[in-house]
Design a protein. Structure first.
Lengths: 151, 237
């Protein structure tokens, strides 16, 4: 499920070049600031899980998938995948969930679980993760992720 | 199990002078910070002037901030299955709790009483918020089965969540008016003590506000009057 995928075009060129080189024996980690916004629509729901797809913009431009699952009356778990140019990053996290009349919001943290392609070595934890769910728009969600990731 | 019996009861709206009042009590088992617990809420209704409380049509129970319902198994049931098959028609792990109630009807100078068993089930989510169904079954003097629904919403401090229920009319004997609830007790969650994975439980907050965990309840009665009640569970020692 969920992955956070960075598009190569949106990542600093030096980071991309580094990622495409053969793995050196000693790898110097680099960090970049990630700020990503996604606007998604509901593709399916299964019991207490919303499956959503949309577009991600910001540090990375690509396709974003989010799976939100309620695990209590006030908490959700999230899996986020972002895909771009054949590479991807997946992230998992947890957030507090609040629901009022007509809308809901969530806020918590998320960590990169794994990457592929150019982002196979990207990692980071404790990234900020928040969003809203619009019930009037068939549970469309907007998400925002931010923080520093290493490669 | 810590228990602190009711505190305040207040009424407003039509017929307030002869209104039904309610008192509530709440307890946690275990009453321990950060524990997975069972929460029991009891409500007593009375009407000193009329001798019989008015039927309740809506109830809202407000839980303290930080207290939430953990739902590890995520199995839910539907009202249709409950009505058709009863409790056996629902996944075992969709059961959130249980309880009992006492309904009363005045029949001339006689009061007819009926014991009702209650079972609470997780319903389909609204957005990602849980809903629940209460299956109420009584046998004597009237065999009846009712299903009514409730929802969970976020609340404002010092409360965290509010459980709202719409309560249907409780039928009584033919030619008699609908019954009124005299009291009820519902336990939500189970005291898992780390053994029973997958069962719903109430997550106790990591800290306790001064004076204890606050609970509140608001009731709307058939004639439109409203009442409220407050209670607290003392902080764990």
């Amino acid at each position: 499920m969920g992955a956070l995928c960075l598009t190569a075009a949106a990542v600093p060129a030096r980071l991309v070049a580094k990622a495409q080189e053969p793995a050196p024996a000693a790898h110097a980690a680099r960090t970049i600031a990630l700020s990503e916004t996604g606007h998604l629509h509901l593709t399916s729901r299964h019991n207490f899980t919303l499956n959503e797809q949309g577009s991600a913009t910001g540090t990375v431009n690509g396709t974003i998938y989010v799976h939100l699952t309620a695990v209590s009356s006030s908490r959700v778990t999230a899996e986020v995948n972002i895909y771009a140019h054949g590479s991807s990053i997946s992230a998992r996290g947890e957030a507090r969930y609040r629901r009022a009349a007509g809308s809901a919001s969530f806020s918590g943290s998320i960590s990169i679980a794994h990457g592929s392609g150019s982002y196979a070595r990207v990692h980071g934890s404790g990234l900020s993760f928040s969003g809203t769910i619009a019930e009037s728009k068939n549970d469309a969600i907007a998400v925002h992720l931010s923080g520093r990731v290493s490669s | 199990m810590a228990l602190l019996l009711l505190t305040l009861g207040a009424v407003s709206g039509p017929s307030a002078q002869a209104a039904t009042s309610a008192s509530i009590a709440a307890s946690l088992s275990p009453n321990r910070l950060a524990a997975r617990s069972a929460l029991t809420v009891t409500v007593d209704y009375r009407n000193e002037a009329l001798g019989e409380p008015s039927p309740v049509v809506k109830a809202v129970v407000r839980l303290p901030a930080g207290m939430s319902l953990d739902m590890p198994s995520l199995h839910s049931c539907t009202a249709a299955r409950l009505m058709t098959h009863g409790a056996s028609g629902c996944p075992q792990r969709s059961q959130l709790g249980h309880g009992h109630a006492l309904a009363e009807t005045l029949d001339g100078s006689q009061t007819l009483r009926e014991n009702i068993s209650l079972r609470v089930f997780l319903g389909p989510p609204e957005n990602l918020s849980p809903t629940f169904y209460v299956l109420a079954q009584g046998t004597t003097p009237v065999q009846e089965q009712l299903v009514f629904s409730g929802s969970v919403r976020s609340d404002v401090a010092p409360y965290g969540e509010r459980l709202a229920m719409s309560i249907p009319a409780v039928p009584s004997l033919p030619t008699e008016p609908d019954a009124s609830l005299a009291n009820l007790a519902i336990t939500i969650g189970s005291n898992t003590r780390g053994r029973s994975h997958g069962l719903a439980s109430i997550r106790v907050p990591h800290s306790c506000p001064a004076g204890g965990f606050p609970f509140a309840a608001e009731f709307t009665y058939l004639e439109g009057a409203r009442g409220s009640a407050l209670t607290k569970i003392p902080c764990p020692r």
